[in-house]
Design a protein around this ligand. Structure first.
Ligand code: HEM
Length: 144
Protein backbone atom coordinates (compact mmCIF):
# COMPACT_ATOMS: atom_id res chain seq x y z
CA UNK A 1 0.00 0.00 0.00
CA UNK A 2 3.07 2.26 -0.08
CA UNK A 3 2.11 2.91 -3.68
CA UNK A 4 -1.25 4.22 -2.49
CA UNK A 5 0.32 6.87 -0.26
CA UNK A 6 -0.03 9.71 -2.84
CA UNK A 7 -3.75 8.93 -3.28
CA UNK A 8 -4.32 8.86 0.48
CA UNK A 9 -2.35 12.08 0.91
CA UNK A 10 -4.55 13.79 -1.71
CA UNK A 11 -7.60 12.40 0.08
CA UNK A 12 -6.71 13.81 3.49
CA UNK A 13 -5.46 17.12 2.03
CA UNK A 14 -8.74 17.71 0.24
CA UNK A 15 -10.71 16.58 3.29
CA UNK A 16 -8.94 18.99 5.65
CA UNK A 17 -9.22 21.78 3.05
CA UNK A 18 -13.02 21.43 3.32
CA UNK A 19 -13.14 21.07 7.12
CA UNK A 20 -12.87 24.84 7.88
CA UNK A 21 -15.97 25.44 5.69
CA UNK A 22 -18.00 22.98 7.76
CA UNK A 23 -19.76 24.49 10.79
CA UNK A 24 -19.90 21.18 12.69
CA UNK A 25 -16.25 20.23 12.17
CA UNK A 26 -14.51 23.62 12.08
CA UNK A 27 -14.44 23.99 15.89
CA UNK A 28 -13.13 20.43 16.34
CA UNK A 29 -10.12 20.98 14.09
CA UNK A 30 -9.44 24.67 14.84
CA UNK A 31 -5.72 25.06 15.55
CA UNK A 32 -4.99 21.60 14.23
CA UNK A 33 -1.39 20.48 13.81
CA UNK A 34 -0.13 21.43 10.30
CA UNK A 35 1.07 17.86 9.67
CA UNK A 36 -2.21 16.29 10.70
CA UNK A 37 -3.44 15.52 7.15
CA UNK A 38 -0.17 13.80 6.29
CA UNK A 39 -0.24 11.76 9.50
CA UNK A 40 -3.78 10.57 8.93
CA UNK A 41 -2.82 9.51 5.37
CA UNK A 42 0.06 7.47 6.83
CA UNK A 43 -2.32 5.93 9.39
CA UNK A 44 -4.86 4.96 6.72
CA UNK A 45 -2.12 3.43 4.57
CA UNK A 46 -0.97 1.23 7.43
CA UNK A 47 -4.54 0.17 8.27
CA UNK A 48 -5.19 -0.74 4.64
CA UNK A 49 -2.17 -3.04 4.44
CA UNK A 50 0.70 -0.65 3.64
CA UNK A 51 3.99 -0.10 5.46
CA UNK A 52 3.95 0.22 9.25
CA UNK A 53 5.10 3.84 9.06
CA UNK A 54 2.61 5.21 11.57
CA UNK A 55 3.73 2.60 14.09
CA UNK A 56 7.43 3.22 13.43
CA UNK A 57 7.52 7.00 12.94
CA UNK A 58 4.39 8.56 14.43
CA UNK A 59 3.85 6.94 17.79
CA UNK A 60 1.55 4.11 16.70
CA UNK A 61 -1.82 3.33 18.20
CA UNK A 62 -1.18 5.05 21.57
CA UNK A 63 -0.47 8.37 19.84
CA UNK A 64 -3.64 8.18 17.73
CA UNK A 65 -5.72 7.44 20.84
CA UNK A 66 -4.04 10.27 22.73
CA UNK A 67 -4.95 12.82 20.03
CA UNK A 68 -8.66 12.06 20.54
CA UNK A 69 -8.83 11.84 24.34
CA UNK A 70 -11.22 14.25 26.01
CA UNK A 71 -12.46 15.81 22.74
CA UNK A 72 -16.05 14.70 23.33
CA UNK A 73 -16.74 13.99 19.65
CA UNK A 74 -20.50 13.92 19.10
CA UNK A 75 -22.47 11.53 16.90
CA UNK A 76 -23.34 14.44 14.61
CA UNK A 77 -19.68 15.38 14.21
CA UNK A 78 -18.69 11.77 13.63
CA UNK A 79 -21.32 11.34 10.94
CA UNK A 80 -20.22 14.54 9.20
CA UNK A 81 -16.56 13.46 9.40
CA UNK A 82 -17.36 10.18 7.63
CA UNK A 83 -19.55 11.90 5.06
CA UNK A 84 -16.92 14.55 4.20
CA UNK A 85 -14.23 11.90 3.89
CA UNK A 86 -16.39 9.88 1.47
CA UNK A 87 -17.02 13.08 -0.53
CA UNK A 88 -13.25 13.62 -0.63
CA UNK A 89 -12.80 10.03 -1.87
CA UNK A 90 -15.03 10.91 -4.84
CA UNK A 91 -13.40 14.29 -5.39
CA UNK A 92 -9.90 12.82 -5.48
CA UNK A 93 -10.86 9.78 -7.55
CA UNK A 94 -10.09 7.03 -5.07
CA UNK A 95 -10.84 3.61 -6.61
CA UNK A 96 -14.62 3.33 -6.90
CA UNK A 97 -14.99 -0.43 -7.18
CA UNK A 98 -17.75 -1.66 -4.86
CA UNK A 99 -15.44 -3.99 -2.91
CA UNK A 100 -12.90 -1.29 -2.01
CA UNK A 101 -15.51 1.34 -1.23
CA UNK A 102 -17.50 -1.05 0.96
CA UNK A 103 -14.37 -1.93 2.92
CA UNK A 104 -13.28 1.71 3.17
CA UNK A 105 -16.69 2.92 4.34
CA UNK A 106 -16.84 0.00 6.79
CA UNK A 107 -13.50 0.97 8.30
CA UNK A 108 -14.53 4.64 8.61
CA UNK A 109 -17.78 3.66 10.35
CA UNK A 110 -15.97 1.35 12.75
CA UNK A 111 -13.06 3.66 13.51
CA UNK A 112 -15.15 6.80 13.88
CA UNK A 113 -17.55 5.09 16.29
CA UNK A 114 -14.55 4.05 18.39
CA UNK A 115 -13.33 7.66 18.25
CA UNK A 116 -16.64 8.80 19.77
CA UNK A 117 -16.29 6.21 22.55
CA UNK A 118 -12.70 6.94 23.49
CA UNK A 119 -13.02 10.72 23.14
CA UNK A 120 -15.88 10.76 25.68
CA UNK A 121 -15.32 12.53 29.00
CA UNK A 122 -13.64 10.19 31.48
CA UNK A 123 -12.96 7.40 28.96
CA UNK A 124 -9.77 5.47 29.65
CA UNK A 125 -9.23 3.36 26.54
CA UNK A 126 -6.44 0.79 26.35
CA UNK A 127 -3.61 2.26 24.31
CA UNK A 128 -1.23 -0.69 24.08
CA UNK A 129 -2.82 -2.14 20.96
CA UNK A 130 -1.35 -2.40 17.48
CA UNK A 131 -2.62 -0.29 14.60
CA UNK A 132 -5.59 -2.27 13.24
CA UNK A 133 -5.44 -3.96 9.86
CA UNK A 134 -8.58 -3.74 7.84
CA UNK A 135 -9.18 -6.47 5.33
CA UNK A 136 -11.91 -7.15 2.84
CA UNK A 137 -12.98 -10.47 1.53
CA UNK A 138 -15.69 -9.69 -1.00
CA UNK A 139 -14.58 -11.07 -4.37
CA UNK A 140 -15.13 -8.77 -7.37
CA UNK A 141 -18.72 -8.91 -8.59
CA UNK A 142 -19.03 -11.22 -11.59
CA UNK A 143 -22.45 -10.11 -12.78
CA UNK A 144 -22.90 -8.96 -16.37
C1 HEM B 1 -11.79 6.07 11.38
C2 HEM B 1 -11.85 7.14 12.16
C3 HEM B 1 -10.66 8.01 12.52
C4 HEM B 1 -9.34 7.83 12.25
C5 HEM B 1 -8.67 6.69 11.51
C6 HEM B 1 -8.63 8.96 12.83
C7 HEM B 1 -7.26 9.11 12.79
C8 HEM B 1 -6.57 10.08 13.48
C9 HEM B 1 -5.13 10.09 13.66
C10 HEM B 1 -4.15 9.06 13.11
C11 HEM B 1 -4.83 11.18 14.42
C12 HEM B 1 -3.44 11.61 14.91
C13 HEM B 1 -2.68 12.33 13.81
C14 HEM B 1 -1.22 12.56 14.19
O1 HEM B 1 -0.48 11.61 14.44
O2 HEM B 1 -0.83 13.73 14.21
C15 HEM B 1 -6.08 11.87 14.68
C16 HEM B 1 -6.18 13.07 15.39
C17 HEM B 1 -7.35 13.76 15.51
N1 HEM B 1 -8.63 13.33 15.16
FE1 HEM B 1 -9.08 11.58 14.32
N2 HEM B 1 -9.53 9.81 13.40
C18 HEM B 1 -10.79 9.28 13.24
C19 HEM B 1 -11.97 9.84 13.63
C20 HEM B 1 -12.11 11.15 14.07
C21 HEM B 1 -13.35 11.84 14.21
C22 HEM B 1 -14.73 11.24 13.91
C23 HEM B 1 -13.03 13.10 14.64
C24 HEM B 1 -13.95 14.27 14.96
C25 HEM B 1 -15.09 14.49 14.35
C26 HEM B 1 -11.60 13.18 14.81
C27 HEM B 1 -10.89 14.27 15.27
C28 HEM B 1 -9.52 14.31 15.45
C29 HEM B 1 -8.81 15.46 15.99
C30 HEM B 1 -9.45 16.79 16.41
C31 HEM B 1 -7.44 15.11 16.04
C32 HEM B 1 -6.28 15.99 16.49
C33 HEM B 1 -5.88 16.92 15.34
C34 HEM B 1 -4.56 17.64 15.58
O3 HEM B 1 -3.52 17.09 15.22
O4 HEM B 1 -4.56 18.73 16.15
N3 HEM B 1 -11.06 11.97 14.45
N4 HEM B 1 -7.11 11.17 14.10
Amino acid sequence: MGRRRPALRRLTEVFYRHVPEDPLLEPVFRGMDARHAEHVAVWLGEVLGGPADYTVHHGGHPHMIGRHLGRGITEEQRRRWVSLLLDAADETGLPADPEFRAAFAGYLEWGSRLAVLFSAPGAEPATDEPVPHWDWTMPPWQGS
